[in-house]
Design a protein around this ligand. Structure first.
Ligand code: ZN
Ligand code: ZN
Length: 446
C-alpha cells in the first residue's frame, strides 16, 4: 500500500508530462485567441455547491462524490466538475456586475469522482473547461463550439462531428417531463432499476440517455423534447444552428443527448471524433441558464464545456498524434573526467543554463563512454567533454551526438558557441563537420 497510489489515481511521470504540457499549451493559446482568461478555483468546495446545481438525482451526487467533514464540522467535497465552482466564484467576486460575458477557462487542476476506473476514466482526473457567463446570445453557443473544434483541430483531430440537442428550460421542460412520465409509466417494468426508481421520480430526462439496452429500446418511441420547446428555446436553437451552418461546421441532431447534470438548459452538445474508425465523444457541454440562480444569485445565462484530458490523450495516442517521448529535454550534456575537470564542469554547466541552454552533467563519476551514453539517453544534441589535458590548454571538446563529429573550442567561448550551434543546427552541422575534418575557420582559436 505504501508504494501504490490510491485506486484510480495516477502519477504522471516526466516523459509523459511533456505530452500533457503540449496539450495544455495548445489549450492556453487557443483560449487566448478567443478572449478567455484562466480561472483557478479551490480543489474543495462546500458540498451544497454541487448538490444544488449538479442535481440530487445524478450519479455524481448520489454515488461518486468524495465528501467529508472538516474539523469544524463543515461538509466539503472534492470537486467532481468545474462549472459550479466557476459560477460560485462569479457570484462571490461580484463578477456579474463587471463586463459581460465573463469568459474563463480552467486547466490543470484535478477533479474527483468515485467511479469504477477504466481506460481514460479515473477517480482523479483532469479537465480542460471553458465557461462564458452573462449572455443568452446564441452566437456565444457557436463560439464555444468553434473554440473546442479549433483546439482539437490544432492537436490533429480534424475529423470531428458535433452532436446537438436542446433540452429546453424551466418554462417548457416541466410539461415535457410530465408527458415523458405518462409515456414511461406503463413501461416501467422494462426499465433498469435506476431508471424505474429515482430517475423516474426525480429526473426522467436522464432515462433518455441511459445506456442499458432495454431502456434504450423503450425511449426510442418516447416523445421528443425538441418537439415541446417553448418559443424562446426553439428560436434560440434555430438561430444557433443557423450560425453553425454559416460557419460550415458539421453537426447532427441527437435527441437522446441530455447530458448528466440538472443544471443544463437549452443547448447541449458533444464533440465526437470520427477519424480512423474511432467514434468517441471527446468533449461535452451546454448551456446552464439556471445555475447561478440555483446558487442564490441573479438569473444569469451561461454556457461551457468540459473535456477530459486523459481521454483526449488516449485518443491522440491511439491515432499516433503524440510526439515520441523526448527525455527531459536536455540539449547539452557536460562530460567531465577527473576532479579538476569536474570543478570546471560545474561552472560551464551554470554558464550554459544561464545562457538559456538546457544542460546536465554526470553525477555518478562514470567513464567517458558511460557519460556519453547518458548524454544520448537524455536526448542531448551536443556533448561537452572536459578532460584534464584539454583543460591545461584551455579547451573543451564539443561533440555532435548525432554522428560523433567533434572539435575543440576555447573554454571562454564555449557557452556562446554551443548556444549558437543549437540555435542554428544547419549552420552548426557544417561548422562542426568542417572543424572535425581539420579545417577550422579560425574565429575561435584559443
Ligand atoms: Zn436505465
Ligand atoms: Zn423553453
Amino acid at each position: 500500500m505504501l508504494t501504490t497510489a490510491p485506486r484510480g489515481m495516477n502519477d504522471v511521470l516526466p516523459g509523459e508530462s511533456r505530452r500533457w504540457q503540449a496539450v495544455e499549451e495548445t489549450a492556453r493559446r487557443v483560449c487566448r485567441l478567443y478572449g478567455y482568461g484562466e480561472i483557478r478555483t479551490p480543489v474543495v468546495e462546500h458540498t451544497e455547491v454541487f448538490t444544488r446545481t449538479v442535481g440530487e438525482a445524478t450519479d455524481v451526487v448520489q454515488k461518486e462524490m468524495y465528501t467529508f467533514q472538516d474539523k469544524a464540522g463543515r461538509w466539503l467535497t472534492l470537486r467532481p466538475e468545474g462549472t459550479a465552482p466557476v459560477a460560485r466564484a462569479y457570484l462571490q467576486h461580484g463578477l456579474d456586475k463587471g463586463p459581460q460575458p465573463f469568459k474563463v477557462f480552467y486547466l490543470g487542476a484535478p477533479m474527483f469522482r468515485h467511479e469504477r476506473p477504466q481506460a481514460g476514466r479515473y477517480r482523479q482526473h483532469y479537465q480542460f473547461g471553458v465557461e462564458a457567463l452573462g449572455t443568452l446570445d446564441p452566437a456565444l453557443d457557436a463560439e464555444i463550439i468553434l473554440l473546442v473544434h479549433h483546439f482539437l483541430s490544432e492537436l490533429g483531430l480534424g475529423s470531428l462531428r458535433v452532436h446537438l440537442n436542446s433540452i429546453g428550460d424551466e418554462r417548457c421542460r416541466p410539461a415535457y417531463r410530465e408527458k415523458l412520465r405518462d409515456f414511461l409509466r406503463p413501461r416501467l417494468e422494462e426499465l433498469c432499476p435506476d431508471c424505474r426508481g429515482h430517475r423516474f421520480e426525480k429526473n426522467p430526462l436522464r432515462i433518455l440517455d441511459c445506456k442499458v439496452r432495454t431502456c434504450r429500446a423503450v425511449v426510442r418511441e418516447a416523445p421528443r423534447l425538441l418537439d415541446h420547446l417553448c418559443d424562446e428555446c426553439r428560436e434560440h436553437f434555430r438561430t444557433f444552428q443557423s450560425y453553425l451552418k454559416d460557419l460550415g461546421l458539421e453537426f447532427r441532431l441527437d435527441t437522446s443527448l441530455v447530458r448528466g447534470f440538472d443544471y443544463y438548459t437549452k443547448t447541449v452538445f458533444e464533440v465526437v471524433y470520427t477519424g480512423l474508425g474511432a467514434q468517441s465523444a471527446v468533449c461535452g457541454g451546454g448551456r446552464y441558464d439556471g445555475l447561478v440562480e440555483a446558487l442564490g444569485g441573479p438569473a444569469t445565462p451561461g454556457i461551457g464545456f468540459g473535456l477530459g484530458l486523459e481521454r483526449l490523450l488516449l485518443t491522440l495516442e491511439r491515432q499516433g498524434l503524440l510526439a515520441a517521448e523526448a527525455g527531459a529535454g536536455v540539449e547539452a550534456y557536460v562530460c567531465a573526467l577527473g576532479a579538476l575537470a569536474r570543478r570546471q564542469a560545474l561552472g560551464l554547466l551554470d554558464g550554459l543554463r544561464r545562457a538559456g541552454v538546457a544542460a546536465d552533467v554526470d553525477y555518478l563519476g562514470r567513464s567517458l563512454k558511460a557519460q556519453l551514453r547518458a548524454a544520448d539517453r537524455a536526448g542531448a544534441r551536443l556533448a561537452l567533454i572536459v578532460g584534464e589535458d584539454e583543460l591545461a590548454r584551455g579547451l573543451v571538446t564539443v561533440r555532435r551526438m548525432a554522428d560523433g563529429a567533434q572539435d575543440q573550442v576555447a573554454l571562454a567561448q564555449v557557452v556562446a558557441t554551443v548556444a549558437r550551434r543549437l540555435a542554428g543546427q544547419a549552420d552548426a552541422a557544417s561548422e562542426v563537420a568542417t572543424r572535425a575534418s581539420g579545417s577550422p575557420r579560425g574565429e575561435e582559436k584559443p
